[in-house]
Design a protein around this ligand. Structure first.
Ligand code: MD6
Ligand code: FE
Length: 210
């Protein structure tokens, strides 16, 4: 069974540099990898530079992983919890990221970092920009798994009114070009249940960090 038999992907341009690929990812395949990845590098709530604990639980796979610490944000080759390298990005993840980027007009995307975010109902992600990556010509490819969430898009400066984009299991957002440095966040997640993972949303963001 190929992608288009099981899924009905559709491409929407949200604004210049932001492409939404609905129902693009076969999340059963992605979910099969998650326990192995999180077994090696468990989810944890990192500390912000302000010294607070983040609500969203995070981990990484790939040659590099994004970490937040009281000293700042950075990409590391080693999981600070274990001292081991982050687990490899599974082939199915890399293929998905490359194909999604291609659909959005970014050819040859080879991520070296994949941040894994986990939300439970009531959790939100405050507006931020992703600017810890060396080459911002590459997009970020973001994959939603499990219960829905509302992604909020702002502008190039903090504040203002958000454009709300509902994201469902299998949806992929590609975020690059003139939109690479726009503020975005995730609204408080509503209570819902996914048959496979329960009251959870998992988000994968693929990046070219170095
Ligand atoms: C999330 N996503 O959807 C959080 N960042 O859980 C992000 O922060 C994000 O989706 C940059 C590009 C795409 C994203
Ligand atoms: Fe982000």
């Amino acid at each position: 069974m190929d992608l288009f038999t099981k899924l009905r992907p559709e491409k929407q341009s949200i604004r210049e540099g932001v492409t939404l690929l609905t129902s693009f990812a076969d999340t059963d395949i992605l979910l099969a990898e998650i326990p192995v990845l999180l077994g090696a590098s468990p989810l944890r709530r990192m500390l912000t530079p302000g010294g607070r604990q983040m609500q969203v639980a995070m981990s990484n796979c790939g040659p590099l992983g994004w970490v937040s610490e009281p000293t700042g944000y950075r990409y590391t080759a080693y999981d600070p919890l274990s001292g081991n390298p982050w687990p490899d990005i599974p082939l199915s993840f890399r293929t998905l990221a490359r194909e999604a980027a291609e659909q959005a007009g970014f050819s040859g995307f080879e991520p070296d970092a994949c941040l894994i975010n986990e939300y439970t109902p009531g959790i939100r992600l405050s507006p931020h920009i992703d600017q810890d990556e060396a080459d911002r010509n590459w997009p970020i490819v973001s994959v939603s798994i499990g219960i829905p969430a509302v992604f909020q898009l702002y502008g190039l400066t903090r504040g203002g009114r958000a454009e709300n984009i509902p994201l469902y299991d299998g949806d992929v957002i590609v975020f690059g070009g003139p939109a690479r440095l726009i503020y975005h966040g995730v609204k408080k997640v509503e209570r819902a249940r996914d048959a496979r993972i329960g009251e959870k949303r998992i988000n994968l963001t693929f990046r070219r960090a170095h």
